[in-house]
Design a protein around this ligand. Structure first.
Ligand SMILES: [Zn+2]
Ligand SMILES: [Zn+2]
Length: 428
């Protein structure tokens, strides 16, 4: 295998991470990001699938249409008129890269998410990206470390490209849009080749303690619902009895939802992070809506939460004689980690020089992750999978304006993924 020049590798990974950190793009608007990924990979010994070809690779290509953001694409074309890549995407962000080893062997999938969040990045000397001049000033921020994930993907691509002669099998690298909006993973799970994968891995930075790696991270299932109440407006002084108060129904529902009993079968979370009722002070409010986020450790606990939530919303509507509508906005599933793959990650950690005490087999976290759709698709078709947590002493929590990864952890992540590919490639 081509030996690593550690200093050069680290400098290159830091350069890439900072390039992407400076210009975050939110879910399904990652056109500039996809362009830089393609530009980096094109000279390598691989094939790229993007734009309409990527859409055509979906089992149901029309599924892509609902996610596309034409306005954002047009703005991006206008902002970067000389970019040779962006026009080639035809409005579709994301790219899948295939490296083929010299000999036949297993099919691998590695997924890297690449979207930022609508958060204004901290402007403080204590915030390393600001201090070193690569913080974003666009109102969007890589506050979940996906800039680091792209970097892990490009670092892995670079090692695969240099070592294809020694490797057996096919290596698909999925640079997936729209993780934070929980739609990209579901879409990519329907790419035709996913069902043929023998092994599928995804990883997140900052999950596990500093210097640690978790070999099998489990996530909560997540359902996001928009709840809309419609009533009847009336004069607040003259005829309040003639009105049907949608605002009151929504408030009653919110109180009830936060009061759902916990389930002994597993942990759960409930949050209402947005509430709208655009009415006027002297009119009985005829409209109110909110977005509800339900999370559960297991699918049965999620079913319980959902059932209770629906009853509470329906009951609140009935109390005020208003109508209600519940729409699913997005969701993720839970996905089991294959025991055999958890062991393989442990072995790869040891192979790259990590100590036993730095390796954790299992980690349950209460966040959610849309790679679970791809994991479940792989499992349904006989493949094996696990989700890896790459510990990093991050400043600020994920999704916070002060969030920052520890760049020193990037080489560990890249080398771990490559070691996994090497080890499993040899077993065929
Ligand atoms: Zn996130
Ligand atoms: Zn994330």
């Amino acid at each position: 295998m081509t030996p690593l020049n550690q200093e050069d590798q680290f400098a290159e990974l830091v350069r890439l991470r900072r390039l992407f950190h400076r210009n975050p793009e939110t879910g399904f608007t990652e056109f500039w990001t996809t362009a830089r990924i393609c530009e980096y990979l094109e000279p390598m010994n691989c094939s790229l699938m993007f734009g309409k070809d990527l859409q055509a690779a979906l089992v149901e290509p029309e599924r892509m249409e609902a996610q596309l953001n034409t306005k954002a694409y047009d703005q991006c074309l206008e902002k970067y008129p000389d970019d040779p890549w962006i026009p080639r995407f035809e409005g579709i962000p994301g790219v899948v890269v295939l490296f083929k080893g010299k000999k036949k062997g297993p099919r691998f999938g590695f997924r890297f998410d690449m979207d930022g969040l609508p958060i204004q990045e901290a402007c403080a000397e204590t915030h390393q990206p600001f201090k070193n001049g690569f913080a974003s000033d666009t109102g969007n921020m890589h506050a979940c470390g996906h800039d680091g994930h792209i970097t892990l993907g490009l670092g892995l691509a670079s090692l695969l490209s240099k070592n294809l002669e020694e490797l057996s099998g096919e290596f698909y690298l999925l640079f997936q849009p729209g993780e934070e909006v929980l739609m990209g993973g579901r879409l990519y799970s329907k790419l035709g080749f996913i069902k043929d994968l023998d092994y599928f891995f995804s990883a997140h930075l900052g999950m596990s303690g500093p210097g640690m790696t978790s070999c099998g991270v489990s996530f909560f299932a997540d359902k996001r619902l928009r709840v809309v109440f419609k009533g009847t407006s009336a004069h607040a002084g003259g005829a309040p009895h003639a009105g049907k108060n949608a605002l009151l129904a929504a408030c009653t529902a919110v109180n009830g939802l936060y009061g759902i009993s916990r389930h002994s079968g597993g942990s759960s979370r409930i949050n209402i992070g947005e509430f709208k009722s655009d009415n006027v002070v002297n009119i009985i409010p005829d409209h109110a809506e909110f977005e509800l986020d339900l999370r559960a450790q297991t699918n049965p606990v999620m079913e319980y939460l959902l059932g209770r939530a629906e009853n509470i919303i329906q009951g609140a509507a009935l109390m005020q004689e208003v109508t209600h509508d519940i729409r699913f906005e997005a969701e993720t599933e839970t996905a089991p980690n294959s025991g055999e793959m958890v062991s393989e990650v442990r072995k790869a950690c040891l192979d790259i020089g990590m100590k036993k005490e730095q390796i954790l087999d299992r980690l349950q976290i209460s966040g959610s992750e849309d790679a679970t759709f791809i994991m479940n698709e792989v499992l349904r078709n006989g493949g094996k999978t696990t989700y890896i947590g790459i510990g990093s002493p991050s400043k600020g929590t994920h999704h916070n304006e002060n969030f920052d990864i520890h760049e020193e952890d990037l080489p560990r992540g890249v080398n771990l993924l490559f070691q996994l590919a090497q080890n499993l490639s040899r077993t065929c």
